[in-house]
Ligand binder design. Sequence first.
Ligand SMILES: *[C@@H]1O[C@H](CO)[C@@H](O)[C@H](O)[C@H]1NC(C)=O
Length: 456
Amino acid sequence: MAGWGVFFLGLLNYKTGKIVIAENRKIGILFRLYQLAVLGYIIGWVFVVRKGYQEREEAIQTSVITKLKGVALTNSSETGLHLWSAEDYVIPPNGEQVFFIVTNFIETPNQRLGFCAESFKVPNGRCQSDDDCVEGEAVIAGHGIKTGLCINSTGTCQIHAWCPVEHSKRPTEPLLSEAENFTIYIKNFIRFPKFEFSKSNVLETPDDSYLKRCSYDKEEHLYCPIFRLGDLVSWTGNDFQEMAVQGGSVGILIEWDCDLDKAYSRCNPEYSFTRLDRGLNNSVTSGYNFRYARYFKDENGTFRTLYKVYGIRFDIMINGQAGKFNIVPTIIAIGSGIALLGAGAFACDVILLYMMNTSSFYRDKKFEIINLKKEQNKHKEGKTGHRERRHKKPAADKEAGNSTNKPEETEALAESQLPVDQRGPTVPRNAGQRYSGNLSNQGTGPRHHITFSAQN
Ligand SMILES: *[C@@H]1O[C@H](CO)[C@@H](O)[C@H](O)[C@H]1NC(C)=O
């Protein structure tokens, strides 16, 4: 019963740590410098530079629509004049995020199914005699099926194919050099779902002729996403006419880096342009081309025009992130800063207590070593050997403390039942109840209890 009473009274105590102040300049300065550094890191880097108080959103939702304008007239010796409009030179024509623009081509008109000689450019099609051309075998990387004949005039097998096979050379000047003046309109819508924020890169204006007149300019017309192809390529550090001969690949990156704590108008797109097939100067791998055919019908059957087209492929990539103030990341940032300060205190403790000449002094002052066994042994010794002395002790205390109360009278008020043994290290006060509980159960001899009030 008494034990429970003490326990419940003990609950009403407030326990607080004891602070040891070490008057040591070096450690003091070190600790202050560390605190300054941490403070600088938290404020400068975490809050100002990295905006640690913001909730981030990197999953941008985006849509891109492209449209090209411009026409070009070509004049080839084989087919004569040909007018190229956007429907012809943009592949695919439906305004995608990745598209191809024809700048140069090889045309092989009027191909019909029949028998003709394989091109000499195909190694597997070459032959010395009919034995080299096995009937029914396809020419590896060639144009048709071998018929078993070797044609001496060309030195190649006869094949069953769309004839005649392509034989022209790539023009050294781009046939659609006027593509330099084509314009591309890139419409881009973005959305940050977490913040319910959406925007587009086109000026929101009631003036519907604006987009017909304007052209992109970083300062003047940021919200006019109409680019001249020649400009696009020159911003990548390349010459359009040079690139148009063999083709290539250009990346258009639109970046949206938005601080949504600021005004709507401060969230702007940023364009950058790079050539993606760079570093391949005049090697066989540089450039971009592919073939396609257009089919026609007349009274003699089907015939086709084969095109091998060279051109520039554009890849539009959208990147974006947004940040907005939120209390949770703010608290986390502050909390981690405080934790860092604590790490500094730990490091200074280690230096102070273990790594200095005077460390043993600070250790003695800071640590209180207790041992339950030793404490009990002393207690027993005290009971048998030093009984007299122990009996005197409370009296001495009484005089020193200038107290008129007898210790026994204050027993009922005891908050902490500590055995009075002032010689050795004492049981820590903050764990008083538990230790005294153990001890008092074992103690059979006269026990002496004091209160803090009686002692002080
Ligand atoms: C593009 O247009 C400009 C001005 O209209 C003209 O001077 C230039 O020759 C054109 N470029 C090509 C390759 O046609």
